[in-house]
Design a protein around this ligand. Sequence first.
Ligand SMILES: [Fe+2]
Ligand SMILES: [Fe+2]
Length: 292
Amino acid sequence: MRSESDIRLMIQPRNVSFDWADMHLHYMDGSPLATHLMNVMHLALPAGEEWFVETFKEALPYIDDEDLREDVIGFIGQEAMHASAHTTVLQYLKDQGLDPTPFTDQMNYLFGVALTKRPSEDANPRHGLVERLALIAGVEHLTAFLGNWALNETRMDDADVDPTMLDLLRWHGAEEVEHRSVAFEVLEYFDARYSRRVRAYLLIAPTMVWCWARGVRFLMQNDPTLSTPDSRRVRWSDWRAVTKQGLFPNGRSMLRASARYFRRSYHPSQEGSTAQAVRYLAASPAARAANK
Ligand SMILES: [Fe+2]
Ligand SMILES: [Fe+2]
């Protein structure tokens, strides 16, 4: 069920660009852990978003509803732009002596396995496609949650977070909130069964958490400025300190978000505010520069 206050608007990509020349390696308040928690997003999301684009292109010929087709085309444009913006951070990390390639290769492999069309699907192309759309709808619930968090976490404004990076986080977050209903509505168009949605989420959400934990460990281990084994360790208490400072969402809020996805009446429009997202996009330095 859509939220009554949700506004339906035309989804379109913004041709943003970001310059990392002045950014410090530990751009989240000087904290390696908080920074690397964010960095996992730059490492993992391009692979995921590129595969979303491929899967949605595959779904498009089956969609007859004109409004939904328009949303899907806008979604494809936005996700492609997100992937390319995050990829620029990978080069920055390489220039700082932190080569993320071993981890990004793993992410490409994982999303490739999860979302590529298999030869066995030829007999029933829709079946495999719907499974993949259900996985994407699950990931999009999590990205909308993260986007809504980034827009509303005012403690990031008080901390010493690189302003260009903060704009990237909030620009991406705002567009995730803006298009948060698309993957869900595409899934409902193909298969509205509750069991399909829940099964896919139970598979994809723990996988995402596992990827995140693995990515943070990889980055801490390979950070050239962390010289001792102790400084490279990821401790539970450090993670709690980062979330307490408002530099990453805490575990409880993530669990609550997951519980909302299991409601039968769930609709992504109940999460976050389109009006707030649009307001941020009107003020975002990168989005404004893209409009010129
Ligand atoms: Fe995205
Ligand atoms: Fe998205």
